[in-house]
Design a protein around this ligand. Structure first.
Ligand SMILES: Cc1ncc(COP(=O)(O)O)c(C=O)c1O
Length: 342
């Protein structure tokens, strides 16, 4: 049995484990005030060419998203998000539980446009309605698509004009950054986003997301918000050590390149057999549509997520590759699919 269910099915990159082991007996202060966290912060600021950015470390993605939502917004302010966005589908109402409405915008490809943002703001024009204040996007998106640098710049410009914060959930930031059709550099992120996360859990560390805040107005008292949301880890060093290890020597982007390349091999191989896709993805999550009868055979040897049922007794599934996926698993899947498709 091989699992293409997710990119957090394995543990951590050996360099991360080595760094944790090497630092194991070292005593440090807690709650992210240790030297490992400080070194990781410096590394992130240097990569992003953003010496003034604030950097905080969190254990998980939902936790960082909801902490930002509650910290950045006033009580009557709301978030605009694409309808496929993680907070709208897989966070158990965490944003709304902080008291803020999430305005859902349907999109064909998981991406928000500047024009859509403006339309929402125009429609929310009086104090009888919530006031949109933050735009939530993810890159790569929940359906594997990516924003180009130009699209991010357009969103940034629109948000600035409308007085909105642009927040990017980077749970799969690496896969987005190294996608061949829309590559991004670290400084591109710092220049176009008010805050963004660097996802570690899905790209080779045991757990953790780093939050980078570039906008001064969002920085103050942030650690108070973290603590109140239960997001300040006593052994915060574990996050600093892991981020340092994964960001050093280009490992973070190398991991993402590996995952993307294998997903693309899968996508190309599946397309060559005549199957279609919900959406064409340039990243490490792909969404083929298979007949249900074929899936009954495939599931004997492979695990995957069901994305959605389709017409004609077929189903769209999600296949995800990771930094740790061996090439042989992809080759074997394509061999098996070829045999089952005859
Ligand atoms: C885009 C995105 N954001 C946030 C999360 C939430 O992460 P966590 O499960 O660590 O709360 C996920 C997890 O799948 C995700 O895909």
């Amino acid at each position: 049995m091989y699992s293409f269910r997710n990119d957090y099915s394995e543990g951590a990159h050996p360099a991360v484990l080595k760094a944790l082991q090497k630092s194991n007996a070292v005593q440090t202060p807690g709650y992210g005030t240790d030297r490992y966290c400080e070194e990781a912060r410096t590394l992130i600021r240097t990569l992003c060419d953003a010496p003034e950015a604030d950097v905080h470390f969190f254990v998980g993605g939902t936790q960082v998203n909801l902490t930002c939502c509650s910290a950045f917004l006033r009580p009557f302010e709301a978030v605009i998000a694409p309808s496929t966005g993680h907070p709208l589908v897989h966070e158990t109402g965490a944003f709304e539980a902080t008291g803020h409405m999430v305005i859902s915008v349907p999109t064909p490809n998981g991406k928000l446009t500047a024009a859509q943002v403006r339309t929402v703001c125009t429609a929310h024009s009086t104090e009888h309605m919530v006031r949109p204040r933050m735009v939530y996007i993810s890159n790569s998106t929940e359906i594997g698509t990516v924003y180009t640098k130009e699209e991010l710049s357009a969103l940034h410009k629109e948000c600035k004009e409308l007085g909105l914060y642009l927040y990017l959930d980077g749970a799969r930031l690496g896969s987005g950054m190294v996608s061949t059709c829309a590559p991004l550099d670290w400084p591109d992120l710092a220049q176009t986003l008010d805050a963004f996360t660097i996802g570690g859990t899905k790209n080779g560390i045991l757990f953790g997301e780093a939050l980078v805040i570039t906008k001064d107005a969002l920085k103050s008292d942030f650690r108070y918000h973290m603590k109140q949301r239960g997001a300040m880890l006593a052994k915060g060093r574990l996050l600093g050590i892991q981020f340092q290890a994964i960001l050093e020597k280009g490992r973070y982007l190398d991991n993402a390149r590996h995952a993307n390349a294998l997903a693309q091999t899968l996508q190309t191989g599946i397309a060559a057999l005549g199957y279609s896709f919900l959406v064409e993805s340039p990243t490490n999550q792909i969404f083929p549509i298979f007949p249900d009868t074929l899936l009954r055979q495939l599931e004997k040897d492979y695990e995957y997520e069901v994305q959605q049922p389709m017409k004609d007794s077929s189903t769209c599934i999600r296949l995800v590759t990771s930094w740790a996926t061996p090439e042989e698993a992809v080759t074997q899947f394509l061999t098996d699919l070829t045999r089952l498709s005859k």
